[in-house]
Design a protein around this ligand. Structure first.
Ligand SMILES: [Cu+2]
Length: 60
């Protein structure tokens, strides 16, 4: 959570293949709603790291 540096310790999880090629599923436990920076490490034939800002709200 960029607005609260060092306040949270979210355990990394591994994504699993979803129902279609290129779709992956995962579940993370966040301690509060708000804007989070989701860091994704991609491994395989191509390796990459993507950081995406995502907003998590009640009911979403
Ligand atoms: Cu927070």
């Amino acid at each position: 959570m960029p607005s609260m540096p060092m306040a949270h310790n979210v355990k990394p999880v591994k994504a699993v293949p979803g129902s279609e090629p290129g779709i992956y599923r995962l579940r993370i436990e966040l301690e509060m709603h708000g804007d989070w920076a989701v860091k994704m490490d991609i491994a395989g034939k191509v390796r990459d790291r993507v950081v995406k800002s995502m907003r998590f709200q009640p009911g979403s």
